[in-house]
Write a protein that binds this ligand. Structure first.
Ligand code: AKG
Ligand code: FE2
Length: 356
């Protein structure tokens, strides 16, 4: 099989300021052309990943009542369970159920003058019916954070910066988010939702991730697709790899030298479902993303960040993260953010989920 995206071995990266020139060139070319690539040599062992998918399978097999006990609408921090059809991308329902697990941090004081994004920080919701999930998910979060921070050091070197160039906006408390996701097969979707994109329903619609870098862990069933200069391509499962997507903050920090990857997931065929785990690493919520001083010949190729009226990009990290969350989860927006003028203006327009 010819891989649709480059496959890079992180084992080739030497983590000092010398980098490993050939690896860094490959990395820069991959992100510049595709915004995405496969990574091998990431060091997360297969047993850890198998255990994570086994727990994910057990979580989604819980009763509706057990899952809905931790529904996201209870959390101003956008944590917990989302039923299929309740999340939206580009205004349309996504046919996936998921649980969002972020950095486990205390709620910030509710100060009237505090920016709205401060409400994003806080504890997770954990299912009483699956106590093993908490330690396993937090350990996985640590392991994936380490891989992503290592990739970020390589990205910095690849554009002519010091390895620690992202530290001021990331350390010591980057935004972390794990999503355990299950996409039901086409037959499980309501009538009228089964067509669309190349014959498949919208597992998740085309989008960019809002952070710096995302790792997508695939398992058994493919369905991820990426938009490339040659059009949409399938990004099938390659055992032992993660898919890495550049996010909006990396597009902003490089003034558009890198573009965030546009990607989507199509609904699996009748009779099967698909599990995936996505890990999103963003900058500190309180940080503002600077335009980094790239090597002059790279800076000359920077196109500026994309200007999409449907998806404004914000250099204030908390604001950019909140934009994505409010747009994807209108029920949480209405329950916990109705005081924001932008949310109030949307009231009643996008709240009704498709029947499921
Ligand atoms: O499930 C996947 O493969 C990708 C999920 C994704 O793109 C997202 O949740 O942002
Ligand atoms: Fe994504």
């Amino acid at each position: 099989m010819t891989a649709p995206l480059p496959i890079l071995d992180l084992g080739r990266f030497q983590d000092d300021d010398s980098g490993g020139a050939a690896f860094l060139d490959d990395l820069r070319v991959a992100i510049r052309r595709y915004g995405a690539f496969y990574v091998t040599g990431h060091g997360v062992d297969a047993a850890t990943l198998d255990q994570a998918f086994a727990l994910s399978r057990r979580f989604f097999a819980l009763s509706d009542a057990d899952k809905r006990a931790i529904e996201m609408v209870h959390s101003p921090h956008f944590r917990g369970y989302t039923r299929a059809g309740w999340e939206r991308t580009r205004g349309k329902a996504d046919w996936r159920e998921q649980v969002d697990i972020g950095s486990e941090r205390p709620t910030l004081p509710a100060d009237a003058d505090a920016p709205a994004w401060t409400r994003l920080q806080g504890p997770n919701q954990w299912p009483d019916a699956l106590p093993e999930l908490r330690p396993a998910a937090l350990a996985l979060q640590d392991a994936l954070t380490e891989v992503t921070l290592r990739l970020l050091r390589a990205v910095a070197l690849a554009i002519g910066l010091k390895a620690d160039a992202f530290d001021p906006i990331v350390a010591p408390d980057p935004t972390q988010l794990i999503k355990l996701i299950r996409y039901p097969g086409r037959d499980a979707l309501p009538e009228g939702e089964q067509g669309g994109q190349d014959g498949g329903g919208q597992g998740v619609g085309a989008h960019k991730d809002s952070g710096l870098l995302t790792l997508v862990l695939q398992h058994q069933q493919s369905g991820l697709q990426a938009e490339t200069p040659d059009g949409w391509v399938d990004v099938p499962l390659i055992p032992g790899t993660f898919v890495v997507n550049a996010g909006e903050l990396l597009e902003l920090a490089t003034d558009g030298y890198f573009r965030a990857a546009v990607h989507r997931v199509v609904t699996p065929p009748t009779g099967v479902d698909r599990l995936s785990i996505a890990f999103f690493l963003g900058a500190r919520l309180g940080a503002r993303v600077p335009v980094l001083p790239l090597l002059p010949d790279l800076a000359a190729q920077a196109r500026g960040p994309e200007r999409d009226p449907n998806n404004p990009l914000f250099v204030d990290v908390g604001e950019n993260a909140l934009k994505s969350r409010l747009r994807s989860h209108p029920d949480v927006a209405q329950r916990h953010y109705a005081d924001l003028p932008a949310v109030a203006a949307l009231a009643g327009r996008v709240l009704e989920p498709a029947a499921y």
